[in-house]
Ligand binder design. Structure first.
Ligand SMILES: [Zn+2]
Length: 561
């Protein structure tokens, strides 16, 4: 059986040479409509992608809660959160009573490049406040690893089925770099916000990787200390105005250009640098240095993997919103960054010998505007409404609270209450009624009732994003254009809704074997890994996407029969 399969493989593999390099580029929070609304700025990388690539204009995440960890894991594995298990950036662990980040691993330790710029302090997560976000309860995990990722990535399969190739992934975020790589990698790099250094994990390397050290020593990111963020293009070419309403810039920035790194304290510098185009430029320079150091894509009969996730747009988008000049300008600068990266790949590898996918992990909601009826839904209000309802029906809790924790859409209950609710549909309805009477709440879904075969699209989307041991008992679904977050959040806006502005992302393929054009068939980021796997001639054990066959040139696949 094995021999027959191998024979079939050798016969079909000759149809086309697999790519020497597979590149996955994620622009964090790059909403699909930016491709058209910011079109006046495209003259470099985005223009190349749109002109020479296969552009799937209707690509959309099918699941309800769209965030960074879920998105990157979906892109990397071709499966959904119900399968890969990365339902959110953080979830409540009922066994340890800790809020854990998706890559937390107490058995792993951080390996830093260079000495810390900032004295290590607990990392404040997205929207951190004492009440609803991270920070109130102890935060678990000393280091980071892919142990919570329950599916194999494309990079994992490349390493196993086409041995000899390298796996290199880079991001400012650990959850992006780690999940793009999967369970191993030669260089898996991110920016450790707490220390203000680049870092990897003992899960990937026992010591700093020399190729990375060489780059970081020669070009430390603190060299950007005098950086002034100015507009990339003439101000008349911007559709978004400066000084938008509701912007929440980091101290000491204002809502007006230019944004300056000069004079920032060390802690401010590490925070603000991530929010400037300089950070994306730096990451791309690190990528090109590693392409050269590892000679990625430059050897025959090997397929290397390069994953890059540009985080700056997300950091800026949270503070300034999608209709800000800041977001528009980060996208404009990213056009240059992608242009230089593609030029380097064309030069060193050759367009026909690599294949590249460009996408995003999620979009973003507009900044709440009372005038337009777009509001803010406070997690603490939801938690208190549920706690009150449960106390009215069941009495006060023996200890702590009936609601153990609320983290974005997931409402976690104490084990005793979860058990009681399972046999008490009237109280489930009472909780749902109490919460849906709050302004901005569309639904409160009871997760044991979710089914991925439901005819209700919202129920189905929630089911695709649910993992039984990690999801809450209830899932909050806000109304369209309402933003969910803790009291006193530092974010002007966020993502994580089941609406088009969060689910709809770019999906563009470029390179060898790709038929350029625009495609309006249904597509999803789950299709990226199976499509790239088909080109590379590797199989994925489980996929929940499809091969984007219509964008592949004849004979470009090295599929097994
Ligand atoms: Zn985000």
């Amino acid at each position: 059986m094995v021999a027959v399969a191998l024979l079939a493989w050798s016969l079909t593999a000759s149809a086309a040479a697999p790519p020497r390099l597979v590149v996955v580029i994620v622009a964090d929070q790059f909403r699909a409509d930016y491709l058209t609304t910011f079109a006046s700025h495209w003259r470099a990388g985005v223009q190349t992608l749109l002109r020479d690539g296969a552009n799937f204009r209707r690509a959309q995440y099918p699941y309800a809660y769209t965030d960074t960890c879920a998105g990157h894991s979906t892109i990397a594995t071709g499966t959904l959160p119900r399968t890969h298990g990365m339902i959110a950036d953080s979830w409540w662990d009922h066994e340890t009573n800790l809020l854990v980040d998706c890559t937390d691993d107490e058995a792993a330790s951080i390996i830093s490049y260079g000495s810390p710029l900032v004295v290590a302090a607990p990392v404040a997560g997205r929207g951190a406040t004492p009440a609803g976000g991270r920070g109130a309860a102890p935060v678990g995990g000393a280091g980071n690893s892919p142990r919570n990722l329950l599916a194999q990535t494309l990079a994992d399969e490349l390493r196993q089925q086409r041995p000899g190739g390298r796996v290199v992934t880079l991001s400012l975020k650990e959850r992006a770099a780690i999940n793009l790589a999967g369970h191993s990698g030669d260089a898996v790099m991110w920016f450790d916000e707490a220390a203000g250094t680049f870092a990897t994990s003992s899960a990937f390397a026992s010591a700093p990787v020399p190729e990375v050290t060489q780059f970081i020593d020669a070009s430390p990111y603190v060299k950007d200390v005098g950086f002034v963020w100015t507009l990339r293009d003439p101000s008349t070419t911007y559709r978004n105005r400066d000084a938008g309403v509701g912007e929440r810039p980091s101290n000491p920035w204002s809502g007006l250009f230019p944004h300056n790194l000069e004079g920032a304290t060390a802690a401010q510098y590490a925070n603000l640098w991530r929010r400037t185009p300089a950070a994306d430029v730096y990451l791309a320079r690190m990528a090109t240095a590693l392409i050269d150091a590892y000679r990625l894509g430059q050897a025959e009969n090997k397929t290397d993997f390069l994953g890059i996730s540009f985080s700056t747009l997300d950091y800026v988008g949270h503070q300034f919103g999608p209709d800000s000049r800041e977001v528009e300008d980060i996208a404009a600068h990213l056009d240059d960054v992608l242009g230089s990266l593609i030029a380097h790949l064309d030069d060193k590898v050759g367009r026909a010998k690599y294949v590249l996918a460009f996408t995003a992990d999620h979009g973003v909601a507009p900044v709440p505007s009372p005038a337009k009826g777009f509001g803010r839904l406070t997690l603490d209000d939801v938690r208190e409404r549920i706690e009150e309802t449960l106390r009215n029906r069941y009495g006060p809790p023996d200890k702590d609270a009936h609601v153990a924790r609320i983290y974005y859409p997931n409402v976690y209950l104490s084990p005793a209450i979860r058990q009681r609710l399972a046999a008490d549909p009237l109280t489930v309805r009472a909780v749902q009624d109490a919460v849906t009477s709050l302004p901005g709440v569309a639904r409160l879904l009871y997760t044991p009732e979710l089914s991925d075969r439901s005819r209700d699209p919202l129920v189905r989307a929630a089911a695709l994003g649910r993992a039984a041991t990690r999801s809450g008992a209830f899932l909050i679904v806000q109304k369209r254009n309402w933003v969910l977050g803790p009291r006193g959040t530092a974010d002007a806006t966020t993502h994580g809704s089941p609406y088009d502005y969060d689910q709809h992302v770019p999906l563009i393929l470029l390179g060898g074997g790709i038929r350029r054009g625009t495609y309006d068939a249904a597509a999803a980021p789950t299709d990226i890994a199976p499509t790239l796997a088909a080109l590379a001639g590797v199989t994925l054990a489980k996929v929940e996407g499809r091969v984007l066959q219509e964008a592949l040139l004849p004979d470009s696949q090295t599929t097994r029969r």
